[in-house]
Design a protein. Structure first.
Length: 309
């Protein structure tokens, strides 16, 4: 087992009907639940660390936990930086042993995005690390990423081709209607598959990435609300849409909100049904199992990635 690059994973997935799950991690139980699920499904796996996770758990702890998970499960894992905000953070993660980094220059004008992305690519490639970038802006909130709906912009296919050619980036996160957080759609869910088709045609050999792709599974929303939560109207990307997206060179699908909901729903339920409980092992253990069950479901029924390792 080893920390590996996503290059081989994506070369297998790009012209197939499956995608690799990229799951955000924040603590031991989340890492254990995800990796145990991937082992049982024999699936390729990307664990990713956001800016919020870096602040909460500290990078050294997360790296060591991922190393322990590899030893425990005998899995090869991609360790990825999610939404790196500048060159310095990307460089730090490359130097700390990450095998993949994302530079998110989507907040900048097109030419500035190219400039900062190219700088990260040059450094990361010199160390054997792959780079993901983003073109277009997703609405919603995820840790330090906060984009209002009116500021969201979809990815332009022609710009995508120019961007990949000028930066040499290994994969590209695109905006086609998904968004961060638990409230992805106000009305009927819609993704711009026509736009996705054009992008996949114009850059057919570039692995594409879908951010903000949690389904916001209704059973977890209902459980949270039943046991004291207040997240009415939460709505995610329907699973059928994610399966369809994987047919258009979407090689990596990011999942974070579904992990949070599975864990929180389990903990809320246990506290309400067992108000005298105060042993963290008694509520974090079931939460870990809820994550494992949910991730297995995603791998089998959404990503179609079982037995693709």
């Amino acid at each position: 087992m080893a920390l590996i690059s996503s290059k081989e994973m994506f070369s297998k997935a790009i012209h197939s009907d499956y995608a690799v799950g990229a799951f955000n991690v924040n603590n031991m139980e989340i890492i254990q639940g995800i990796t145990e699920a991937a082992k049982e499904e024999n699936a390729p796996l990307i664990l990713q660390v956001s800016a919020g996770a870096r602040k909460y758990a500290k990078p050294v702890y997360l790296v060591k936990l991922v190393e322990a998970a590899m030893e425990d499960t005998n899995l090869d894992i991609v360790l990825h930086l999610d939404h790196g905000e500048d060159f310095e953070i990307c460089k730090k993660c490359v130097d700390d042993g990450f095998t993949s980094v994302m530079i998110d220059g989507s907040k900048y004008p097109f030419e500035e995005n190219i400039k900062i992305t190219k700088k990260v690519v040059e450094y990361a490639h010199s160390k054997g690390v792959v780079v993901e970038a983003e073109l277009g802006k997703l609405a919603g909130i995820e840790d330090d990423v906060n984009v209002k709906a009116q500021d969201a912009t979809f990815t332009d296919p022609e710009q995508a081709a120019e961007f990949v050619q000028k930066t040499g980036v290994d994969s590209l996160a695109i905006a086609i209607g998904t968004s961060h957080g638990a409230y992805k759609f106000k009305g009927e869910p819609r993704l711009d598959f026509e736009r996705l088709g054009k992008i996949s045609q114009i850059i057919p050999d570039t692995p594409l990435v879908l951010h903000g792709a949690s389904t916001v599974l209704p059973e977890f929303v209902e459980m949270c609300n039943k046991y004291g939560g207040e997240i009415p109207g939460a709505q995610g990307v329907p699973e059928a849409m994610l399966k369809e997206a994987a047919k258009y060179n979407i090689c990596k699908i990011n999942i974070d909100t579904d992990l949070r909901l599975a864990m929180t729903a389990s903990i809320r339920k246990l506290f309400v049904e067992n108000p005298s409980e105060f042993d963290p092992r008694k509520y974090l253990g079931p939460a870990r199992e809820a994550i494992k069950k949910m991730v297995r479901h995603k791998i089998k029924n959404v990503l179609n990635a079982s037995n693709q390792r």
